[in-house]
Design a protein around this ligand. Sequence first.
Ligand code: NBP
Length: 483
Amino acid sequence: PKADIGVTGLAVMGSNLARNFASKGFVTAVHNRTSAKVDDLITEHGGDGTFVPSHSMADFVASLATPRKVIIMVKAGGPTDAVIDELAELLEPGDILIDGGNARFQDTQRREAALRERQIHFVGCGISGGEEGALNGPSIMPGGSATAYESLGPILEKISAHVDGEPCCTHIGADGAGHFVKMVHNGIEYADMQLIAEAYDLLRRGAGLEPTAIADVFADWNRGDLDSFLIQITAEVLRQVDADTGTPLVDVIVDAAGMKGTGTWTVQTALDLGVPVSGIAEAVFARGLSSLPEQRAAAQQIGLPGPSQSWQVRDVDAFVEDVRAALYASKIIAYAQGLDEIVAGAAQWNWDIDLGAVARIWRGGCIIRAKFLNRITEAYRDAGERPASLLFAPYFTEAIGHAQDSWRRVVAGAAQSGIPTPGFAAALAYYDGLRAERLPAALIQGQRDYFGAHTYRRVDRDGVFHTLWSGDRSEISAEGGLG
Ligand code: NBP
């Protein structure tokens, strides 16, 4: 039979995805530049379902039922362009080409436009969940045309993770929308991980708890509002004992966090869009700081002075509860900021993105999967008109209201005792900035007008004004500019 779908690029992600398709009953064509990987897949996992192996791209394309659906799972960047070029020569109008790699959404927009001219549907598809997700059900964020989704969607939905019977896959929006949302997902993942790491640091250095005790705390938190994959694996990582030394594994791991770039893209894009994603940005910066070995070593050697006293935690249970509440509130802020970035991106590139649906498909399969995402879906489903921030949905307004005293105690105490909490602190500053009746931005406008004649508006009258700072300091109307 002709194949329902094809996968080219059979490294770990592609082969697991192909096995997922085959095991769900789809006849799955498989191809890889180095053909040994095709043979290995058939030898090792041919029993998972019906595969149609090919050693050449031409045979691969010929093995597919029309309209053809081909998923590219190769290294992002140049290799993806090379494979697209090769396939574009072989595909026909109406065929659907899907990039499941971690492409930059701008690359996806460029590729989609080029292929649209050849009447090939190009679907940039964010896939989250790593190898395990690819095999057993990832969270899938496809962009591209609605027409492409009509025939592709049901296949992707079938292999995606499911939560409460609902697939973790939905059509995100046109052209690069899928990769854009996947990018923001990764940015939120950075923030989530940073916040959890700060909570751990506070419990360890603030309350003096040992990793196994902290693992118990996280396991306990995982039964409440914080119930999530990242909290669960945090408990497991903290419980792990190093076989060589008998000490907690976390103590023998070098404290320099790596990154592959998607968090950075999220922040770069947010800067371009003018969206304050401070929680996500601080997470990226914190990884950056951790990975500056020379400066950190010099700081140790010189002995940069710290506070005179350490945290005197008297009631450990109350402290743990404060940290939990601070973590939850900060997490809500990070998600609110990420969702704001999606709203801004959607406005900029004319995507019709349903935030409730995005939260729904993040509930399973992906790294940030969490019970809490149900609350986000509800916030946008029940809201009639979309709230201007996640924070204005009643559940979240209330949740932060309950958490805020704890949150403030934690941030203040951390600052006083010299424990860095860039994520908690940035989230709190954002929250207080958002709710402030007046911001010192008025003063900044005054400064800008002073040194650059940038003008300002007044609270009591319409119009644009400038003060003659270097003259008699009277105010003039600057409507239409300053000459
Ligand atoms: P890699 O990113 O390591 O890429 C290896 C694959 O790319 C192999 O099939 C290789 O073929 C192929 N390839 C390369 Br490299 N250059 C090529 C070229 N010029 N022409 C044709 N094929 C070429 O694989 P991966 O780790 O499985 O990841 C695949 C994609 O999924 C990437 O975009 C990655 O960013 C993304 N990813 C996502 C997640 C996630 O959680 N969503 C996790 C990991 C990766 P060869 O065998 O002939 O060398």
